[in-house]
Write a protein that binds this ligand. Structure first.
Ligand SMILES: Cc1cc2nc3c(=O)[nH]c(=O)nc-3n(C[C@H](O)[C@H](O)[C@H](O)COP(=O)(O)OP(=O)(O)OC[C@H]3O[C@@H](n4cnc5c(N)ncnc54)[C@H](O)[C@@H]3O)c2cc1C
Length: 404
């Protein structure tokens, strides 16, 4: 079955005691009680690191959220932001994503108002017959797994859910996933970062705050050194560095197989007052969603070949084609002007699975590296903060631990 793949074809204060001890993880050695600093450094202020840091700070841990750039400027800032489990074919990964969706509802209530979170459901309309059959098969499987998925006649979708689709046959089937949600990833990350500060954590960003060394002594994390030269004693670090997680892992002598596939992320502007998309809509090879008033985001499945990460010219043929494909399905998008086009990389472990938890043998070193990081951020935040604090991790993460 085809994978949605988001349109990708290529490849407290220093010196205080912690309220509970810093965890060793399930398979690490006995804690060294001489080491009493409760300070935890979270490396990477993308959506995943920010979610972990917020939970830690709320637990009273002295939390440092460090990023060598601006919060959300990695994969998070380019993300479509779908909160979804429908692409997972492995049952345990699927269940993890379903739990991630539920955790979002709790987080949005907690941080209310949460204008960056929209529990609006989402639609998928694949017109080409083989793709439509694969989608129908997927809906069937998801229903068997208890997921809110159904195929609706296009006429009903037009009436109830998404007016303005260029539907020629009202009986054609459109998939509807009523419990899916989406977030504006950058806005949410900024809110998480604000939450870290409000809970007493510190957020240090910019080139001088890039973590360039992690001191490990007697098999336990002791300090981090920043690009600006500052060395900060810590009890634990969380590696949430996205596509750079392997470089951070190397700082503790560990190798992890993070890959960095790329996608094209576009935004487009519409004439004032025109907001034709009500919710995320996949049409054939293009994923679309609203992106604030008068704006839409598009992630087309296009071959990016050897393109460098970074902006593409707005008149690039693939940008023009993506807009044309979207406008063919939703005619009100005709005339949308490309506002940004970026080739963006996202973290994907070589085996395609999340990597979340303590690393045995290096006390105080934790990893949180994953694709579907938007869907999983809230759940990772809760589980990993518990684990850092010596509590059990959510059992759903058992198949996805760093050493599996
Ligand atoms: C186009 C696109 C569409 C996507 N669609 C979806 C979707 O619909 N649903 C979904 O769930 N997921 C989606 N994803 C995937 C999702 O966006 C990522 O899994 C998620 O953003 C990863 O977040 P992160 O916090 O782990 O990484 P990032 O956001 O990349 O953050 C890592 C941060 O670490 C910092 N950093 C790195 N090294 C260091 C260092 N040494 N010191 C300090 N800081 C460092 C970086 O500056 C960066 O800010 C999509 C991704 C893309 C690109």
């Amino acid at each position: 079955m085809e994978r949605m793949n988001f349109g990708r074809l290529s490849a407290g204060r220093a010196g205080e005691m912690p309220k509970t001890p810093i965890s060793r993880g399930p398979d690490t050695p006995t804690p060294d009680t001489r080491h009493s600093s409760p300070r935890v450094a979270v490396i990477g202020a993308g959506i995943v690191g920010a979610a972990v840091a917020l939970r830690l700070a709320e637990k009273g841990v002295e939390t440092l959220l460090l990023d060598g750039a601006e919060p959300g400027s990695g994969a998070t800032g380019a993300s479509l932001g779908g909160v979804t489990a429908r692409e997972q074919t492995r049952r345990d990964f699927f269940e993890l994503c379903v739990a991630g969706m539920a955790e979002y509802r709790r987080l949005a209530w907690k941080l209310a108002p949460a204008p960056w979170y929209r529990a609006d459901g989402s639609l998928a309309w694949v017109r080409e017959p083989a793709g439509a059959a694969a989608l129908a098969e997927r809906v069937e499987r998801l229903r068997e797994w208890g997921y809110a998925a159904e195929l609706l006649p296009a006429g009903r979708v037009l009436h109830d859910l998404q007016p303005g689709l260029a539907v020629s046959d009202p009986e054609a089937l459109v998939a509807w996933f009523s419990e899916e949600a989406w977030v504006e990833p950058l806005a949410m990350t900024r809110r998480l970062v604000e939450g870290v500060r409000n809970a007493g954590g510190r957020v240090l960003t910019g080139a001088e705050r890039e973590v360039v060394a992690i001191e490990v002594e007697d098999a336990r994390v002791r300090s981090v050194r920043l690009g600006g030269g500052q060395a900060i004693p810590v009890s634990a670090v969380v590696n949430a560095a996205g596509v750079d997680a392997d470089r951070v892992a190397a700082l503790v002598g560990r190798r992890i197989a993070v890959t960095a596939p790329v996608s094209l992320a576009l935004t487009a502007e519409l004439a004032e007052g025109r907001d034709p998309l009500r919710r995320p809509l996949r049409v054939d090879r293009v994923f679309t969603r609203p992106d604030g008033p008068g704006r839409v985001m598009l992630v087309p499945q296009v071959d990016l070949g050897d393109d460098e990460i970074g902006p593409l010219p707005l008149d690039d043929a693939r940008v023009v084609e993506a807009l044309a494909l979207a406008a063919e399905a939703v005619p009100a998008l005709a005339g949308a002007r490309a506002a940004s086009a970026d080739v963006a990389a996202w973290p994907l472990m070589a085996d395609g699975l999340p990597c979340v938890g303590a690393v045995p043998g290096i006390e105080g070193y934790f990893e949180a590296v994953t694709d579907y990081g938007v869907t999983l951020a809230a759940l990772i935040g809760r589980s990993l903060a518990d684990e850092v604090m010596g509590q059990a991790a959510n059992a759903l993460f058992a198949p996805f631990r760093p050493r599996r």
